[in-house]
Design a binder for this molecule. Structure first.
Ligand code: FAD
Length: 666
């Protein structure tokens, strides 16, 4: 089937402007008769719920936490991009657009990315108006910093808690609408199926996680805003509850899943230390503004460090390999994440890794502390040759910028990152793949929309830092609330959707029988047992570097593991009560299907691009080698009863305003 992406005609800068002026509108009186379900109230869903309610629609919003405030978005640390050019460094909408398309290795949809860059400027105004305390300079103006893959400072931030502050803004806006009765909030409710009536998404089946009750909810449209699926790897920087269930169940009802193999492995995370961890911790990319990444130049030094015989601070400057600065002189430590992650893996694979496992590199702030300290000493007419004074002054500056991140590192690793370099290693962090959506953000199921990290988004094969919050809020505040009018305008006379239709019966029965199977299966292994096994297959064979043999094996192993799961999983407790083991079991069941499609997608994409690195396709210098002639498309998969049988649909990527070239950060 040809995928109609609904991209409007016209020049790149007029596309969205003209398009939004011609979107069908629903008049205010009729909006009162229209219900919209939003599944997920993180930054994307929360902002969409508040805006749709403000416009007059009746919103029913669902989240599995006890409050929208606990969505995974709260974990976002470093910042949010916007093409405001407040730093006066030559930024523009075009540059943000260009950086994002290039950063995504020319695998993103051009018109969507331009729209994203255009509305990015509105997001900051919106959030400031809500009272979000974005960092300000001494003079009171909003401050900016740099993130990877760009040569300007366009990242707005709130210390290392940007997601939390932005989420509180969206949550306050939602609360106002809850107070007005325009949003009905269903906390602790998990969507377990999508209900389609006459080809249109008309509701969901949700489980009340406190009582175990299975509920039917109807609406004229359903918006899925349930975040990313990085937890398919078991270990990731995502919140423990992040899952693919809503998106996957919608996929099984007809929504195509796009580019599932595009995963972001973030270069600066606290390394794995053994088998006991259930989650990994991100050290924000903002740290790469000032931190320098290195490993020892000499193999014997690396070995001595691993054996605990040498400390990093004992390695002389000339014996350190600042490999990113060496390999990529123009972007240095601020190369994009995929590039930085692969470079760390390359050094560790070559034997220069530094912690006991050999899988870590250093992120060092000593020169930043020295540089800031001397600057402060000069400003305050103090002695810049006084090493202790310079250290104290420099430390204060670094503390002001990144204090909470340093504290977090100290608490987890029990080492003071001001006096010894941090140890970091890449970890799964974000998924660029997700539900395929058209320009209106509608999936291939009519009336089912998808926004935020859950859709296949605007980031192509690699997302630049600080662009996920931008996309989530662009979708939620400025795109979906308008494009959805194109669809809902035809529903003003439909009336309330009843929930006693056979389609609701069928979906509810399906959910019930899955729960019955899981609860009554007298298996012997916990859900985590299977999840960990899946994670290991994913990391070893579908992780940072992939090849055809490993991917073929992974597909087999995942299918076998899935079979074993249904025979041998044991879920304790009851279905009629709060039961986290049951919740996990249903999520892992979906990961076990997604994992296979993920490997299938990675296997079919015979090229390297962005976060997808196929060992067979690399340059002599070990850089990703794209194949634009054969793979310049979005891979959208249609479910056919089993992930292995999924059918590929291609959406060709056409660049009219950007020339596709080999991506270089040298
Ligand atoms: C540690 C960390 C730091 C990050 N820092 C940054 C940063 O500095 N800048 C940046 O741009 N990006 C950052 N990101 C990425 C960014 O935080 C996420 O991409 C973004 O917050 C996702 O928002 P979302 O609204 O799409 O989903 P989420 O915030 O994940 O929200 C998902 C919502 O869906 C609900 N949900 C899920 N499944 C169901 C279901 N079946 N039924 C009902 N509800 C469901 C949840 O309850 C929740 O409300 C970071 C990510 C991590 C992991």
């Amino acid at each position: 089937m040809a995928l109609d992406n609904k991209i409007p005609h016209g020049s790149i800068s007029s596309k969205w402007t003209d398009y939004k002026d011609h979107i069908k509108l629903v008049n205010p009186a009729n909006k009162r008769n229209i219900d919209v379900i939003i599944v997920g109230t993180g930054l994307a869903g929360g902002s969409a719920a508040a805006t749709l309610a403000e416009l007059g629609y009746n919103v029913k919003a669902f989240c599995y936490q006890d409050s929208p405030r606990r969505a995974h978005s709260i974990a976002a640390q470093g910042g949010i991009n916007a093409a405001k050019n407040y730093s006066g460094d030559g930024d523009s909408i075009y540059r943000l657009f260009y950086d994002t398309v290039k950063g995504g290795d020319y695998r993103a949809r051009e018109a969507n990315v331009h729209r994203l860059a255009e509305v990015s400027v509105n997001i900051i105004d919106q959030c400031v108006a809500q009272g979000v305390p974005l960092a300000r300079e001494y003079g009171g103006l909003l401050d900016n910093r740099s993130f990877g893959g760009t040569q300007v400072s366009r990242t707005f931030y709130a210390k290392g808690q940007t997601g939390q502050q932005l989420l509180l803004g969206a949550y306050s806006a939602m609360n106002r609408q809850i107070g007005r009765g325009k949003i009905k909030m269903y906390n602790r409710h998990e969507m377990l199926d999508l209900v389609i009536v006459n080809g249109k998404a008309r509701g969901i089946i949700a489980r009340n996680m406190i009582t175990g009750e299975i509920e039917r909810h109807s609406a004229h449209a359903v918006v899925i805003a349930t975040g990313g699926y990085g937890n398919v790897f078991f270990l990731s920087t995502n919140a423990m509850g992040s899952n693919v269930t809503a998106a996957w169940r919608a996929h099984k009802r007809g929504a195509y899943f796009a580019n599932p193999c595009y995963t972001q492995i973030h270069p600066t995370c606290i390394p794995v230390t053994g088998d006991h961890q259930s989650k990994l911790t991100l050290m924000s990319e903002s740290l790469r503004n000032d931190g320098r990444i290195w490993v020892p130049k000499k193999m014997e030094d690396a070995q001595a460090i691993r054996e605990g015989k040498l400390k990093p601070t004992q390695i002389a400057e000339e014996d350190r390999d600042y490999y990113l600065e060496r390999r990529y002189p123009s972007f240095g430590n601020l190369v994009p994440r995929d590039v930085a992650s692969r470079a760390a893996k390359e050094r560790c694979d070559a034997g220069y890794g530094v912690n006991a496992t050999g899988e870590a590199v250093y992120l060092d702030f000593a020169s930043a502390i020295d540089r800031y300290g001397k600057e402060q000493a000069r400003i305050h007419h103090l002695d810049e040759n006084d090493a202790k004074l310079v250290y104290d002054l420099g430390k204060k500056v670094v503390e002001n910028k990144y204090g909470n991140l340093f504290q977090m590192y100290y608490k987890i690793v029990d080492e003071d990152p001001y006096t010894t370099p941090m140890m970091i290693y890449p970890a799964v962090h974000y998924t660029m793949g997700g539900m395929w959506v058209d320009y209106d953000l509608m999936t291939t199921v009519e009336g089912c929309y998808c926004i935020g990290e859950a859709n296949f988004s605007d980031h192509g094969a690699n997302r630049l830092g600080a662009s996920a919050l931008m996309q989530g809020l662009a979708d939620g505040y400025f795109v979906l609330p308008y494009t959805i009018g194109n669809y809902l305008a035809d529903d003003i006379r439909t009336g309330e959707i009843p929930t006693n239709l056979p389609e609701f019966d069928e979906a509810e029965n399906k959910v019930r029988s899955m729960i019955d199977h899981l609860m009554n299966n007298k298996g012997e292994h916990s859900v985590d047992y299977f999840h960990k096994k899946l994670g290991k297959i994913m990391w070893n064979k579908v992780g940072m570097a992939r090849n055809a043999q490993g991917l073929t094996e992974a597909m087999e192993e995942i299918a076998t593991l899935r079979e074993d799961f249904y025979k041998n999983v044991k879920v304790s407790g009851t279905a009629e009560s709060f039961n986290q083991e049951l919740e996990k079991a249903m999520r892992v069941a979906d990961f076990l299907e997604l994992g296979e499609l993920f490997a299938k997608d990675a296997l079919h994409r015979e090229e390297s691009c962005g976060g997808h690195f196929r060992e067979e396709h690399q340059t002599e210098e070990g850089e990703a080698k794209r194949d634009d002639e054969n793979f310049s498309y979005v891979a959208a998969w249609e479910f056919k009863g089993n992930p292995r049988e999924a059918v590929l649909h291609k959406e060709a990527l056409e660049y009219e305003n950007i020339k596709m070239v080999t991506r270089s950060y040298k």
